[in-house]
Design a protein around this ligand. Structure first.
Ligand SMILES: [Zn+2]
Length: 235
């Protein structure tokens, strides 16, 4: 279920096949070159274009109301209401590779998830840092960024998996069962966490399973409630 990623900060890891991080500090980029590099970086995530910002307060409210963590991508959008078409379009532009988690209520078995925003993807947050929103290792460490000659203008190369925090990170692929829009869903989610947050996540899932098993004795259709955070702003 969990895989691979025990690696100390600064340790390039056993693989030598990965592209090395290239930061040319001798020849400053022009604005055009930087634009082209960021564009290529976005394309590296196979998502094409960043999620559009809601055009109005009303659209933002609709997105928050209709947002779902997992949608059926095969559905014909023309069969949906205007509100669900908006939510569907937004969903199709999200970076759905790694999720970030809020573990505030992990002891009660409630774990909140959302997909990463574009700025989080570009900065490596939640992939090269701990994906727990409240963790000290969530934001990239200024010291590690400096040691790797990275900054806001020089984001990490997505092919380089060195952590941007002083912590060991663990990549987990976690199955979640939950109810959304009245429908029982099951989804496999990848999260990257530090050891302490991985422990909390495991604890939360164990607790949720215990509760589910208890409820199943009463109601065989019972399912864990997963809190889903919106990624359309505000959180
Ligand atoms: Zn953490």
């Amino acid at each position: 279920m969990s895989s691979s990623r025990y690696r100390a900060p600064g340790d390039p890891g056993p693989s030598t096949s990965k592209r090395p991080r290239v930061v040319d500090t001798l020849a400053p980029e022009t604005a055009h070159e930087r634009h082209q590099r960021l564009h290529a970086l976005r394309r590296a995530y196979d998502r094409g274009k960043p999620p559009p910002r809601p055009a109005s307060r009303h659209e933002l409210d609709v997105l928050k109301e209709r947002h779902q963590f997992v949608r059926d991508s095969d559905v014909d959008p023309s069969t949906l209401s205007w509100e669900d078409q908006l939510a569907h379009r937004h969903y199709e532009t999200l970076f759905r590779e790694y999720a970030v988690v809020n573990l505030k209520h992990y002891k009660s078995g409630a774990i909140a998830l959302r997909w990463r925003t574009e700025s989080e993807v570009l900065s490596g947050t939640g992939h090269l840092t701990c994906g727990s929103l409240r963790c000290a290792f969530h934001a990239p460490s200024p010291a590690v960024l400096a040691s790797l000659s990275l900054s806001d203008d020089v984001p990490p190369d997505p092919a380089d998996e060195r952590p941007l925090v002083e912590a060991r990170l663990e990549e987990l692929e976690v199955p979640f069962r939950y109810v959304e829009a009245g429908e029982a869903k099951s989804v496999l989610v990848k999260v990257v966490l530090c050891r302490e947050c991985a422990r909390k996540l495991r604890h939360g899932r164990r607790k949720a399973k215990e509760d589910r098993d208890k409820r199943a004795e009463v109601d065989p259709g019972a399912c864990v409630r997963l809190l889903v955070l919106t990624d359309v702003g505000g959180d």
